[in-house]
Design a protein around this ligand. Sequence first.
Ligand code: NAP
Length: 301
Amino acid sequence: MSTEKQHVILVTGANKGIGFEVVKKLLKSFSKENKDLILLGSRDLKRGEDAFHSLSSPSNVHVLQLDTSSSESIDRATQEIKDKYNGQIDIIINNAGFLFLEQKMEAGRETVATDYGGVKILNEDLVPLLRENGRIINVASRAGTVVLSDCSKDLQEKYSSSTLTIEQLDELVEQFLSAVDSNTLKTIGYTSTIPLMPYSISKAATIALTRIEAKQWSNEKKIFVYSVCPGYCNTDLSAHAADSRSAENGADSILYLVHTPSDQLENGGFYLDGVQFPQINQDQDLIRQAFERISKVNAAK
Ligand SMILES: NC(=O)c1ccc[n+]([C@@H]2O[C@H](COP(=O)([O-])OP(=O)(O)OC[C@H]3O[C@@H](n4cnc5c(N)ncnc54)[C@H](OP(=O)(O)O)[C@@H]3O)[C@@H](O)[C@H]2O)c1
């Protein structure tokens, strides 16, 4: 991106892990003179402030309290951006994410509320504030593409339909959650045996949502929307897998979509390390091994 004007960039869930590394790298990559403003999103103010201090309290980083699973919190944060930052924003990086191990209804709902619902509501609230040529980057996961590959053909077609609407996507997600509760996932076509289904389906829904948003907002306003996987990274979420890459490397995968000119990217596309991937992907082994390991480490805690 050009550094001619001051950009306002929001990174959600930026108090630790990959989001924190994204903020660190943004600080380095944008010109110091222009003092591009980075909003470090954190659901807990104290954790956000601690992260800010650990960066030596740069004047162009502001902490924004934002719990992406709460529509009240999203509304408050939107109002704060309107009041304090001229109501204008250039880039939204929806990084906040959550992984719940139990496959109970409440756990499924909590996961979906952050990993899919939060992204959807935040984007809807903030899109009026996005400047022309603004970008939204939704952090998803390869797990979302792999989980669909062994679900029923009917579900695959629904998630990847070019006419899918947000209302239909919400309905698909709701049906998934009800089936988790009634233990009828297989009956309605969720035949994948990948562990951590609510997380994976949230990410599948986020990838589908990205395509819908890209179509909708590039027509209404010149805005680009992408989804991205940071790769299997050594963070709290992955229970610090020894065989994973650093959170810093994961941040690079996200930042590729910040810095690459839009005419070199597919609006609505899903990327990992600068390579575009399909919405349904059969590359099962890596995800299965990673999730089985995360489940084992967490169960032992
Ligand atoms: N690590 C991987 O291998 C991997 C792979 C693929 C995709 N991802 C995705 O990458 C993103 C970052 O994950 P990570 O590995 O950096 O995990 P992490 O170290 O656990 O960090 C997750 C961040 O999200 C925040 N968060 C969780 N729920 C939130 C909510 N309701 N509202 C606001 N913030 C919330 C956390 O805040 P608290 O500190 O308050 O909990 C934390 O700042 C996630 O979307 C994740 O799904 C990660």
